[in-house]
Ligand binder design. Structure first.
Ligand SMILES: Cc1cc2nc3c(=O)[nH]c(=O)nc-3n(C[C@H](O)[C@H](O)[C@H](O)COP(=O)(O)OP(=O)(O)OC[C@H]3O[C@@H](n4cnc5c(N)ncnc54)[C@H](O)[C@@H]3O)c2cc1C
Length: 218
């Protein structure tokens, strides 16, 4: 996220110190992106546009078992990104900064709970890749939300996302609603917009019901 937002801000004409100092700037560098999702695809293609010397994408499964969109992979390949399938980083090496990655080769075993074949390290298969900059695009999880919001009673799912009523989008805290990625997990903008609209309608109904009850009492 640091890499992508720095690039966006720079594109919008902001002053971005870490970009100008070259820390979050891929220009002239050998870039390695770790991960196979849509964020990894954004990182590899952004690196190409920043005029990286080379861009490699390491993914522990093969092309058929990648979570990101196949079209994005094809577009990235077209732009010159090299995919190193069935590979998993083991160690970063370098003096003061990363210079090389030690990588294990992977073989796919039996399917896991998600139905995708489980990656297993091939013993003694390690190899080295040169890297000036490594970008980890390995997904994200919610923080400890009851702690973050100082609301211990807030109910969350086993994935740590906020639990809401399916119809009203209200959490177990009265008058508190939730929508978007914090409920669904990593998803898409269109769903966040839809959920936001549905939540707004549900909140309006909630407030109207309070008003109605008050006027009845009066
Ligand atoms: C790198 C990347 C690329 C993506 N590319 C695509 C794409 O191409 N197409 C697509 O459809 N989707 C894409 N997505 C997914 C999409 O960005 C999300 O599904 C969408 O932004 C979710 O919207 P949201 O409103 O639920 O959450 P967010 O957009 O994450 O908004 C949550 C907001 O809450 C703020 N916030 C957090 N904590 C607090 C707090 N305590 N108090 C106040 N504010 C707080 C955050 O700063 C943020 O502004 C991408 C995601 C990533 C990470």
């Amino acid at each position: 996220m640091e890499f992508l937002t720095a690039s966006n801000k720079k594109g919008l004409g902001d002053k971005v110190e870490l970009f100008d100092k070259g820390i979050l700037n891929a220009e002239g560098k050998d870039i390695v992106v770790i991960g196979g999702g849509d964020t990894a695809m954004d990182c590899v293609r952004t690196s190409v546009r920043q005029k990286a010397k080379s861009v490699k994408c390491l993914y522990r499964r093969d092309k058929e078992n990648m979570p990101g969109s196949a079209r994005e992979v094809a577009n990235a390949e077209e732009e010159g990104v090299e995919f190193v399938w069935l590979s998993s980083p083991k160690k970063f090496k370098g003096t003061n900064k990363v210079e090389n990655l030690i990588v294990d080769q992977i073989q796919l075993g039996e399917p896991d709970d998600s139905g995708r074949r489980r990656p297993q390290i091939k013993q003694g298969s390690e190899f080295e890749i040169k890297a000036d900059m490594v970008i980890k695009a390995l997904g994200f999880d919610p923080e400890d939300l009851p702690y973050l919001f100082d609301a211990k009673e807030l109910q969350v799912t086993k994935w740590g996302t906020v639990k809401t009523d399916f119809d009203t989008m209200e959490t177990n805290l009265k008058g508190v609603f939730a929508a978007g990625d914090i409920v669904r997990g990593a998803s898409l903008v269109v769903w966040a917009i839809k959920d936001g609209r549905d939540a707004a309608v549900a909140m309006k109904t909630y407030l109207e019901n309070i008003k109605l009850k008050k006027s009845k009492v009066a």
